[in-house]
Write a new protein. Sequence first.
Length: 283
Amino acid sequence: MAIKILADSCCDVTPALKNLMELDLIPLKLLVGKELQLVDDETLDIKNLLFQMKHSKEGSGSACPSPEDYAAAMRAADECIVVTLSSKLSGSHNSAVVARDMVLEDEPDKKIFILDSESASAGETRLVLLLHELISAGLSFEEICAKADDFAKNKMHTFFVLESLDNLIKNGRVSKAAGVLGSMLSLRPVMCEDGHGEIACKEKVRGTANAMKRLVEIIAETTANAAEKSLLLVLSQCNCPERGISLKKDLLAKCPALREVLVVPTGGLSTVYANDGGVVVAF
């Protein structure tokens, strides 16, 4: 039996990509305000989610999959690799670890590896694509796990730009005063991972257009020493396909190291945190 790839639903993929990689997504639950609960699966209406978030006075959040949710998918495969949200950002990773231990207690011959993405959204997608590539190349389970873990911990970069801080303010991640000030000054933070799976602010830029321009410049600087056309970049866009297309064009023109820019729409969980107009890149 082939090695199965699993991921939580913060992994942003199109239906075609999901089918190509025979990927199973384990859905989180999305919480909008105090009452509305949605399942982050293929039935989720993203535009309705954005509408509900915008009109909710409370912040929107999520609940991670249960160990039983993960265990059911693990039991269906002899060998599987599970890509999760950063363990610093969600309980999804811990839930997958508990599930693995449950399954191995009953079926000790199974091979199950839990890969902490130390990222989210496009970062998970980039790792899933790497796993598919390594599996297709015929590497052993152990080699695949080692290479993917090294890439996640030591090589992958994640950056994102948010057009709206609304949900972060409602969740208390950004103070209301800072949010209002940011809106008044049209400041757009260029965010990144801190190298250990947590979120950090790289720069603050005046205006969305300038923030997108600076994002391209930062990626060009970060990839300057990489071989020409050697890197794949995943770009997740939240309800802004035109922005995604424009960024792809600019990235390919100004970053010689990129061989391909894959643009995908955000799924439910990525939408909750990126919000309308946000973009996330990983490479």
